[in-house]
Design a protein around this ligand. Structure first.
Ligand code: MCA
Ligand code: AMP
Length: 508
């Protein structure tokens, strides 16, 4: 018989009962926040959300800085059957407009400083609350408590995360309680994560990596985390002697290998370094191992699927340039993208995934959802890969037009549409090129309108208000024409080749 379904909230409640006085959060100022204290905040926030009118299935959107209370807000939303919608703190007003209009949350929680920006949104259908990083904000006002837990089933929605999938406009990926809990359980087992672990948590908490991998695993295992507002290489290296696990994007490791205090000695208590969200350079993998004696464990995931594959914790090599084998319960196959026919090992094709980790669909987009799944339930990731001689998956590229900069996804189309709206621009192509720190970075190649001479500064200023800073092109090149194939399609591969050395070569 299948074991009973345990939601992430249930796992949290069990840990509160089992070890109330254990620190869940260890903060940079030395303060600790225990499981019991966190539970108190969850109860308080849940009461506030219920008073705001949140009922099961309602969305609770949060664009807040990282704090223990922000995690309590997530757990409080789950407690009352709400659907948590975390949003990148870098999003501008224009970006927020779209997400809020699409998801129609009942409550939007923002930082106190941004309260005024959202005043115009408030009305009969939306309550705006604030949450700061010093225990401040309207969300924490009042001394109500809400203890009642909505008994979620595996298929009930727990969260919506916006992502562009393979193409087009941002879509809300609806993740169920079953998705979060099953993926968390599979990872705890695969990485032997237990209540003895002390995780360095330096990731943002508005994405799958920081929230549904790092935080969920800590909470469900009853472990502790060194909870940092953001990644800072000195702080992280200083914490290594008091930690056991680090989870990061490749940029963490690119920066760490250059740090003079990274030695086998400082890593003596560490048992695991995990990398994901973007490809880790084999050279960084090797340099890190040479410096510390630790082989970084690389894994592969996606917003729509949580984690899919992982290199082994034990029982096999952690191979640079590969993302390992499927997690228990998850199936991976490599197919011909056109026909859907499975390809023999070694051949490059479209990566598809099926399992309890795969999301239920895009928010209010049944047709888009249907087009991203095969009839037999496999989800088309848009990544290209092959299975190697040991059965490990190697990601060799992307079928989707996507740039990953420092672990953040950037969709060229969104930037191209903005640039094309400039009166001095005829057309544009946005590409990703190698970058020594961020892995990839954004370059805009622009063709001017007749008799126009747009400047880089002018174009960057034009898009600034509509685009989060991390999406801004780091270089703009004005050209006479874009390379096209016989069908008239812009040859982005050609452009990527042309500008590949802009940040890494002799031109950098
Ligand atoms: C910050 N900036 C960036 C990025 N981050 N620009 C491009 N790409 C970035 N990733 C810009 C800021 O806007 C700022 O611009 C300047 O760089 C410095 O900002 P700062 O905050 O100091 O940056 P940083 O601390 O150096 O941040 C780099 C970082 C961070 C540590 C790599 O971006 C980060 O934590 N990334 C993790 C993203 C993540 O969690 N991804 C997981 C997605 P200016 O100074 O010019 O104003 S989940 C996922 O992908 C799937 C499911 C998976 O498999 O995990
Ligand atoms: P997101 O849409 O933010 O969830 O980003 C998911 C995408 O990140 C995947 O479809 C891959 O293209 C990429 N990705 C995640 N982990 C890895 C990895 N270890 N190696 C290469 N690409 C990765």
């Amino acid at each position: 018989m299948a074991p009973p379904f345990t939601t992430i909230h249930r796992s949290f409640a069990e840990q509160v009962e089992r070890q109330p006085d254990k620190a869940l959060f260890e903060l940079p100022d030395g303060r600790q926040v225990t499981y019991r204290e966190t539970e108190g905040t969850v109860g308080r926030i849940a009461a506030r959300l219920v008073a705001d009118g949140v009922t099961p299935g309602d969305r609770v959107a949060a664009q807040v800085d990282k704090s223990p209370e922000a995690i309590a807000l997530y757990l409080a939303t789950l407690r009352i059957g709400g659907v948590f919608l975390p949003l990148n703190t870098a999003y501008t007003g224009a970006e927020m407009e779209y997400f809020i209009g699409d998801a129609r949350p009942r409550v939007l929680v923002c930082s106190p400083e941004r309260r005024a920006d959202h005043a115009h949104r408030e009305g009969r259908d939306l309550v705006v609350e604030t949450l700061g990083t010093k225990g401040d904000g309207t969300l924490l006002e009042g001394d109500g408590r809400h203890d009642e837990v909505v008994d979620a089933s595996a298929d009930d929605p727990a969260a919506i995360l916006y992502t562009s999938g393979t193409t087009g406009r941002s879509k809300g990926a609806v993740l169920t309680h079953g998705n979060l809990a099953s993926n968390c359980r599979a990872l705890l087992e695969a990485w032997r994560f237990t209540d003895q672990d002390r995780l360095i948590h330096a990731l943002p908490i508005f994405h799958v990596h920081g929230l549904f991998v790092a935080a969920n695993m800590t909470i469900a295992a009853g472990a502790s985390m060194h909870y940092l507002p953001k990644f800072d290489v000195d702080t992280v290296v200083d914490l290594l002697p008091r930690a056991t696990v680090l989870m990061g994007v490749p940029t963490f490791y690119t920066r760490m290998v250059k740090h003079d205090r990274l030695t086998p000695g400082t890593c003596a208590s560490m048992r695991l370094f995990v990398s994901g969200s973007a490809p880790l350079l084999a050279s960084d993998h090797e340099a890190f191992e040479a410096r510390t004696g630790h082989a970084i464990l690389e894994r592969y995931g996606m917003t729509e699927t949580g984690m899919n594959t992982t290199n082994p914790y034990e029982g096999g090599p952690r191979k640079p340039g590969t993302v390992g084998k499927p997690l228990p319960g998850t199936e991976i196959r490599v197919v011909d993208g056109e026909t859907g026919r499975a390809l023999p090992d070694g051949e490059v094709g479209s990566i598809e995934v099926r399992g309890p980790n795969v999301f239920s669909g895009y928010w209010q987009m049944p047709e888009k959802t249907a087009s991203e799944f095969r009839a037999d339930g496999f989800f088309i990731t848009g990544d290209l890969g092959r299975i190697d001689e040991d059965g490990y998956l190697c990601i060799v590229g992307r079928g989707k037009d996507l740039v990953i900069s420092g672990g953040y996804n950037i969709y060229p189309k969104e930037i191209e549409e903005l640039l094309d709206a400039h009166p001095a621009v005829l057309e544009s192509a946005v590409i990703g090129v190698p970058h020594p720190d961020f892995g990839e970075t954004v370059v805009a190649v622009v063709v001017p309108a007749p008799d126009q001479e747009p400047t880089e500064t002018e174009l960057l200023e034009f898009v600034a208000d509509d685009l989060a800073r991390f999406k801004h092109p780091r270089a703009v090149r004005v050209v006479e024409a874009l390379p096209r194939n016989v069908m008239g399609k812009v040859q982005k591969a050609e452009l990527r080749k042309q500008y590949q050395d802009l940040f890494t070569g002799s031109n950098a």
